[in-house]
Design a protein around this ligand. Structure first.
Ligand SMILES: [Zn+2]
Ligand SMILES: [Zn+2]
Length: 439
């Protein structure tokens, strides 16, 4: 089954936008009964119609429509395009379930019949393709399915807060919702729960205690030199050479500056300088991402980047200090060990599901902000989304890990979670986890 049968009447899926793949007709024998929430159809529709962070107008409309159909009280426009659904059953625990909704500027290459052909115009007016390459369409669909399941279950008390968050990829959506009164208006949760689809086998859930997702800091570094003719470098302070040297020196942070048991990633994702072969430009601009798990390591890495930038300027004889600007920053996701224990208990009861410890992930997630700002423990897990057929013959953890390493990762133009059993397990995991707290 690739669907969730629930009480309540699900709204029909809105039509696709002009120029985008039409929703394939549901003819599978396992199609849900008329009126039930059809997770696969909703997922395919969201996948075909991705929207960037803070532009999730269509997606948030779909989320709001389903939440209302399930019987939730719905508030829209929270922190921009965020949606909050609350379902109150009197005194009892308050459980926050979180899904993110935004997509990425990636040109889809999956070849799926529901692949995105959507585009958007960037700031310069250039058309850019869009894709749900991180699987936030899976998260949105699964949380809607869980909302229907929890609404149909009369056996709990307390409050469910279903949070559909914008702009996770920008690292700003969770903050925007908190700043817009998320906890003041809808209640402070006793636990923050959520999941991220990953290339693990579908049917597998990954739970890791403690720091689970890295803190992320993105920086823009501008090295200022002195421009001039390419034939007369002695009259210049060459920022291209400064940038090249800076990139090489950055590699020593992980190998030489932090301890052997500490973890960090420093990557330069963009480097721009100059306009022509025979002109030495007057500045070079680099954009970096830094991932860490320990606040002290984070401080060391960020301070070292700044020191190295200043050192390059000094070495080149530049009389202008480099500028180091933060682009985005979000904290590590630290899973509460007690909450993870409760999760494992909930997941152990799910048929056909295997729970593994995936270790730490150097990817980042702003769900940690919801936990930190509310003071609630966080339990955030990985949801396997890869076709189990890829793993035929892999019998050890090492063999499974080797297969995962060869599959398209999140943010790849080829990232294509299978709908079944991914959606079914994702809905069941959220529902079962919430029920453990709701009693
Ligand atoms: Zn992502
Ligand atoms: Zn993501």
């Amino acid at each position: 089954m690739s669907s969730v049968s629930t009480a309540g009447t699900a709204p029909t899926t809105p039509g696709t936008s002009p120029g985008q793949a039409a929703e394939p007709a549901k003819t599978e024998p396992d199609a849900p009964p008329a009126g039930a929430f059809d997770a696969a159809a909703v997922y395919r529709d969201l996948h075909a119609n991705p929207e960037l962070g803070f532009e999730e107008h269509r997606t948030s409309g779909i989320a709001a429509e389903h939440l209302a159909a399930a019987g939730f009280t719905v508030a829209t426009g929270i922190g921009g395009t965020g949606v909050v659904g609350t379902l109150d059953r009197g005194d009892g625990p308050v459980v926050l379930l979180r899904a993110d909704m935004d997509a990425l500027p990636v040109e889809e290459a999956t070849g799926l019949d529901y692949a995105s052909t959507a585009t958007t115009l960037d700031a310069s007016g250039t058309s850019r393709p869009l894709m749900h390459a991180c699987g936030h369409d899976v998260h949105t669909t699964c949380l809607l399915g869980a909302a229907y399941s929890l609404a149909a279950d009369p056996g709990w008390t307390g409050r469910v807060i279903a949070v559909f968050q914008p702009a996770e990829e920008l690292g700003r959506g969770a903050r925007a919702m908190v700043a817009d009164g998320l906890f003041d208006r809808f209640g402070t949760p006793d636990v923050v729960l959520g999941q991220h689809v990953a290339p693990l086998p579908a049917g597998v859930l990954g739970v890791h205690d403690g720091p689970a997702f890295a803190a992320s800091d993105s920086l823009r570094v501008t090295l200022h030199g002195k421009g001039g003719h390419g034939s007369r470098p002695e009259t210049t302070h060459d920022p291209v050479l400064m940038a090249a040297s800076f990139v090489v020196r950055l590699q020593s942070i992980v190998s030489r500056v932090i301890g052997g048991s500490d973890v960090a990633v420093v990557s330069v994702g963009s480097l721009h300088a100059g306009t022509a072969p025979n002109i030495i430009p007057d500045h070079a601009t680099l954009e970096l991402t830094v991932r860490t798990f320990d606040p002290a390591v984070r401080e060391t890495v960020l301070a070292t980047i700044e020191r190295y930038a200043r050192a390059e300027a000094l070495a080149a004889g530049s009389d202008r200090e480099p500028t180091v600007e933060p682009i985005e920053s979000f904290p590590a996701v630290v899973n509460d060990p007690d909450a993870c224990g409760i999760l494992r208990g909930a997941f152990a009861d799910l048929p056909g599901v295997m729970v593994v410890d995936p270790g730490v992930v150097t990817g980042s997630e702003d769900v940690g902000i919801l936990a930190r700002e509310s003071g609630a423990p966080c339990a955030y897990w990985l949801l396997g989304g890869s076709d189990p057929r890829h793993f035929a013959g892999a019998s050890t953890i090492e063999e499974v890990a080797a297969v995962v390493a060869g599959l398209p990762s999140n943010h790849s133009p080829h990232f294509a979670p299978v709908t079944d059993p991914t959606l079914r397990v994702g809905v069941a995991a959220l529902t079962a986890a919430a029920r453990r707290w709701l009693g």
